[in-house]
Design a protein around this ligand. Structure first.
Ligand code: SAM
Ligand code: SF4
Ligand code: F3S
Length: 477
């Protein structure tokens, strides 16, 4: 179990807490809150902090919307499809509100931080009660009070990051979704302004947490038995540049690696322009750092990379790949790719295919370009047909399946140490991941979930391996 800390006074003073509880329990003894986070791991981590605040106020968390007295949707704005999905859900929630007019409906996260959202929601979804942006988590209890006091629409989507944001953040204990895997945000925001991307507009500029706060959080997690620590940032490897005493992300990784205990360290998401040799050496020489790098490339074509404002060329990206694979041929790499960026020609796309062939990724995440209002790329003509975009995406996925089928064969007969994550859909089987992110499915008992076990690979696929448990090493590796 985690140790509980009180929220910072400016966020949840005893007076505010008393007032909130007097409204909260006026009608019922138990008030339930349902929290759903969409999007990236950073948003899920924010959701865990919001759950912590709700618990501190006195709500009981529930996984069932039908039981909920408060429903909170923590939104993602990265692609149009995420936005469409949210508004679809909001349409359905109208019926929930009809059934239960007292249901408190809260919207927060990245869509809530877009300039036009508050007004749009107020007009089209007037049954939404509270809206707050990614930088206003510390205002949430106050907004809830305003709602109880009769405000029709309690809203704070201010872009300005309050002085106390980071300070307040340190005092919120997350209510984590897992008991052995924990995400630890190390920084917030992004300064990169890739021309297609909405994130800098909805998450603000880069702000790093103080290293001592991060290390204290990780030490406590390790003491509490967590086995996987995921360090998070929109652009995690630029960590520390904004601190008074600037430090590098590689330095932070080494400090986390030096914490005694039996755990694996992962991190997301790294930008190639900040993938320094110091960082690569730190990963290669680490004792607990997974030998895996998620390094989004987006495109293999230099003109497109320039138009995306990515600030590296395909050749510079490949230099990083070669550095890692020359020192460890098994080093695991994954990436993000966008197809159909405005003016991406057939030749540009061929270069992306060539880069994917050359790198031999373990995994790729492909996205069809989605025009985001307010970004630079939104001003460019999006002249590639939807069918062409889908065809390019399919071609990429087909290529990756071929590469991975071949690439994964190298694991046959090997033993690996995996952290058991969950039961597989296949009855009697478990799913686990090794430090390099290889997914293994093997027969085993669910009591092993949350432990490291050794397995031997018996069969390989293009996304995972099948394995058998090495009984003698059931209690760790
Ligand atoms: N900060 C990370 C980086 O730069 O590598 C990525 C974070 S972003 C939340 C995750 C991925 O979403 C990006 O790598 C990109 O591939 C994809 N993405 C972002 N904006 C997009 C857009 N407008 N259309 C399609 N995909 C997009
Ligand atoms: Fe978006 Fe680029 Fe920042 Fe990643 S680095 S969050 S893609 S602007
Ligand atoms: Fe989406 Fe916001 Fe993450 S836009 S991908 S939830 S930073």
């Amino acid at each position: 179990m985690e140790s509980r800390k009180e929220c910072a006074p400016e966020m949840l003073s005893q007076g505010l807490l008393r007032q909130l509880r007097s409204y909260l329990f006026a009608k019922r003894d138990v008030m339930r809150a349902y929290v759903h986070s969409f999007g990236c791991q950073q948003n899920v981590a924010d959701g865990e902090r919001i759950r912590g605040v709700l618990e501190q106020i006195g709500f009981t968390l529930t996984d069932h919307l039908a039981d909920a007295d408060l429903m909170l949707l923590n939104t993602c704005a990265v692609r149009g499809s995420a936005e469409d999905r949210l508004y679809g859900i909001l349409g359905n929630v109208k019926h929930e509100k009809k059934k239960n007019p007292d249901l408190i409906l809260v919207l927060c996260g990245c869509i809530a931080s877009e300039a036009h959202t508050a007004e749009y929601v107020r007009t089209h979804y007037p049954y939404v009660d509270i809206v707050f942006g990614t930088s206003s988590l510390n205002r949430f209890p106050q907004l809830l009070l305003e709602h109880f006091q009769g405000a029709k629409f309690a809203c704070d989507t201010s872009e300005v990051i309050s002085e106390s944001f980071l300070e307040t953040y340190e005092h919120v204990t997350p209510s984590r979704e897992h008991s052995f895997q924990a995400s630890v945000p190390v920084m917030f925001g992004c300064n990169n302004f890739c021309t297609y991307c909405i994130v800098p507009y909805v998450r603000g500029r880069e702000r790093s947490r103080r290293p001592e706060h991060i290390l204290q959080e990780v030490e406590q997690l390790v003491r509490d038995g967590y086995k996987e620590i995921m360090l998070l940032g929109q652009n995690v490897n630029s960590y520390g540049k904004d601190l008074e005493q600037s430090v590098s992300f590689a330095w932070l990784l080494r400090q986390v690696d030096a914490i005694p205990g039996d755990f694996v360290i992962r991190f997301l998401s790294s930008h190639p322009k900040d993938a320094t040799t110091e960082l690569l050496d730190t990963i290669l020489n680490g004792t607990k750092i997974g030998r895996h790098l998620h390094l989004p490339v987006q495109s293999g074509s230099d003109p497109i990379l320039r138009a995306m404002n990515r600030r590296y060329t395909a050749a510079q990206y490949l230099k990083i790949v070669d550095y890692l694979r020359q020192r460890d041929p098994d080093f695991s790499l994954s990436t993000d790719l966008i197809v159909g960026f405005p003016n991406e020609s057939a030749e540009d796309f061929q270069q992306t295919l060539a880069l994917v062939r050359r790198v031999q990724y373990d995994n790729i995440y492909t996205f069809i370009y989605s025009k985001r209002r307010g970004t630079k790329a939104a001003e460019l003509e999006d002249c590639i047909s939807d069918q062409e975009k889908r065809e390019r995406m399919d071609q990429l996925l087909r290529l990756q399946r071929e590469i991975a089928a071949e690439h994964y064969r190298r694991f046959l007969g090997r033993t690996m140490c995996v952290l058991v994550e969950r039961e597989s859909k296949r009855k009697g089987y478990l799913i686990g991941k090794d430090p390099a992110y290889v997914i293994a499915e093997f027969p085993g008992d669910r009591t092993l979930i949350g432990q490291f076990v050794q397995v031997r690979v018996t069969k390989t696929h293009n996304w995972a391996v099948e394995a058998e448990l090495i009984e003698s090493a059931k209690d760790g590796c």
